[in-house]
Design a protein around this ligand. Structure first.
Ligand code: ATP
Ligand code: MG
Length: 264
């Protein structure tokens, strides 16, 4: 409202503009509803993916893995029957193929079900991750874990492990880095995973929308939000990248409209 005065300073009129914002409010409500639906969908996908992963790992183990193990035993038996070293060379070649298929099946099971994590615990599994991925991507990986003795819940441990793997693989795929520092610490009531590289860096705002089909960071952020935590990506061109995942240790599973920030 704007008051209007005459030459003597007397108030004569008010000028006002009224705008009907009902449609704007409706539109905002619609966008919010859609955002919540997308979030619910993402969370359902996360749960379905975990269940499917477990199921496939079981099938690879019980069917492919067991069949291959049986083949290996029978081939060894056959080799003995055919005179050991005197057995036809083709048999030796088949044995090696079966052995490598068995290794591949084991690798696949490890990818699907993180057995190392259950066997070794989070600290040793992260060390092992560094040892596996470093040579694969030509990176010097340093791993530092200081989380004390209190046990970490299985779901949170799995999320930390899978996120660490995705983040180190990201460095290998995108950063052209020499070194990666992976650290996991307890800070107050939170578990803090940090992955820092000395690579080429990137414009973080660009990857907020996964237009190029990249879902790694988005999926970590969504999972972190589901557990009441968040993800922060800090990167500068030519100056490397640091990704920090924070997860509350006490169960705080809840839905969030935003699951952590991205800095550029
Ligand atoms: N450490 C890094 N250094 C440089 N760029 C990075 C780094 N991490 C991520 N990026 C950039 O961010 C983008 C998004 O990463 P994100 O993990 O979400 O997807 P992606 O790795 O491309 O695909 P996906 O993870 O689905 O296989 C990458 O395509 C890359 O451009
Ligand atoms: Mg990725």
């Amino acid at each position: 409202m704007t008051p209007l005065f005459d030459a003597h300073g007397e108030l004569t009129h008010y000028i006002g503009v009224q705008e009907d914002v009902t449609h704007l409010r409706r539109e905002q409500a619609r966008v919010l509803r859609y955002q919540r639906q997308l979030q619910a969908l993402a969370q359902r996908l996360i749960r379905t993916e975990a269940a499917e992963r477990k199921k496939f790992a079981g099938e690879v183990h019980d069917q492919v893995g067991q069949t291959l193990a049986l083949c290996r035993m029978q081939l060894a038996e056959l080799t003995r029957e055919l005179g050991g070293p005197a057995a036809p060379p083709a048999l030796g070649a088949v044995c090696r193929l079966v052995e490598s298929a068995l290794q591949e099946a084991r690798g696949l099971m490890a990818e699907l079900s993180t057995p190392l994590l259950r066997e070794l615990g989070l600290a040793a599994a992260l060390q092992n991750l560094g040892e596996q991925l470093g040579p694969r991507y030509g990176l010097a990986v340093t791993v530092c874990v200081e989380i004390g003795r209190k046990p970490v819940g299985a779901e949170v441990a799995e999320l930390v492990f899978r996120s660490a793997r995705e983040l180190v693989i990201n460095v290998g795929k995108h950063a052209a880095a020499k070194a990666v520092e992976l650290s996991l610490v307890r800070e107050g009531g939170e578990l803090v995973l940090s992955v820092r590289d000395d690579g080429r860096g990137f414009r973080t705002r660009r990857q907020v929308e996964p237009s190029d089909g990249g879902f790694g960071l988005l999926s970590i952020r969504e999972r972190a939000g589901y557990h009441g935590g968040g993800l922060t990506v800090t990167s500068r061109l030519g100056k490397g990248t640091r990704v920090v995942l924070r997860l509350p240790l006490a169960a705080q599973r809840r839905r969030r409209v935003t699951g952590g920030g991205t800095e550029g």
